[in-house]
Design a protein around this ligand. Structure first.
Ligand code: AMP
Length: 281
């Protein structure tokens, strides 16, 4: 497994792979790897000749009062996992390589960035789209793998790739969950034991919401959201950013619920922000 820190070296490695007509599967991450990342890497491994994983905690997607400095970092464990999964190249650029002082170009996808997390994290998706566009230029992947746990992020990347005619196939992968149902997330490790136990209520609320929709018991999103907020408010130290039913493509809120739909939520447990969603097809 090759570890590359320099953008130039990453580009020449890419160039050699592409010249040999070998496909590149790319998994961009912020590290602190878990089973969700592992599933993406395994799929990339199955579908491509070479697997490139990036680890970059992207400062541009964190707001000034967000957890950039506290974001979990676990490089040696990450490298062990990547070795185990037979990753070929780990790309670990520094922030100054991605954002040199003269850096001045931003990718904005307003159509998908306004609702849900975009409302609560202004500039977040602009930071995500910009870094993913830059990483795509550097790695030039054949396929790039993203998790549906970050549903809105998948939509933003999809739109960007289509609009900018970026020659990469975006592969959206199902959410991997802990045995109790909580979606795997790097931020889960910041939860206390007690909060971790309570966090499963996020999934339970989404699961209940899906049942109520599928069985046509509650098809008015206002009523459904009120009902699910009652479940979430049982979590101690909990603050809800949103729980909403949206159109899977436009992400526009749905008043009268039609299928397909996405039920998505974001909440804070103490100082940790968790997101999750279920797709109702
Ligand atoms: P992150 O390191 O959190 O930026 O995530 C890197 C990639 O892994 C993103 O495409 C995420 O959507 C994906 N991912 C994170 N958690 C999960 C999960 N529980 N299941 C599937 N994919 C995930």
């Amino acid at each position: 497994m090759k570890i590359i820190h320099s953008v130039e070296e990453m580009k020449s490695s890419t160039h050699a792979t592409r010249r040999g007509r070998r496909s590149i599967g790319f998994v961009p991450t912020m590290g602190a790897l878990h089973e969700g990342h592992r599933a993406l890497i395994r799929r990339a491994r199955r579908e491509n000749d070479q697997v490139v994983v990036s680890i970059f905690v992207n400062p541009a997607q964190f707001g000034p009062r967000e957890d950039f400095t506290q974001y979990p970092r676990a490089l040696s464990k990450d490298l062990a996992l990547l070795k185990q999964e037979k990753c070929d190249v780990v790309f670990i650029p520094s922030a100054s390589q991605i954002y040199p002082p003269e850096f001045s170009t931003w990718v904005d996808v307003p159509a998908c960035s306004a609702s849900l997390c975009g409302k609560f994290r202004p500039g977040h998706f602009r930071g995500v789209a910009t870094v993913v566009a830059a990483l795509f230029q550097i790695v030039q992947p054949t396929r790039a793998y993203f998790g549906l746990k970050d549903y809105q992020q998948c939509r933003v990347i999809d739109r960007m790739v289509k609009d900018l005619q970026i020659p990469v196939r975006v592969v959206a992968c199902p959410t991997v969950r802990e045995p109790d149902g909580l979606a795997c997330s790097s931020r889960n490790r910041r939860l206390s034991k007690r909060d971790r136990e309570e966090a499963v209520k996020l999934y339970q609320a989404l699961y209940l919401g899906r049942e109520l929709i599928e069985q046509k018991i509650m098809l008015d999103s206002g009523r459904l959201e009120t009902r699910l907020k009652q479940v979430l408010s049982q979590i101690p130290h909990c603050r809800i950013d949103y729980i909403a039913v949206v159109d899977p493509v436009t992400l526009a809120p749905m008043r009268k619920i039609r299928r397909p739909a996405v039920l998505a939520a974001a909440l804070w447990i103490g100082k940790t922000r968790l997101i999750d969603n279920v797709v109702i097809s």
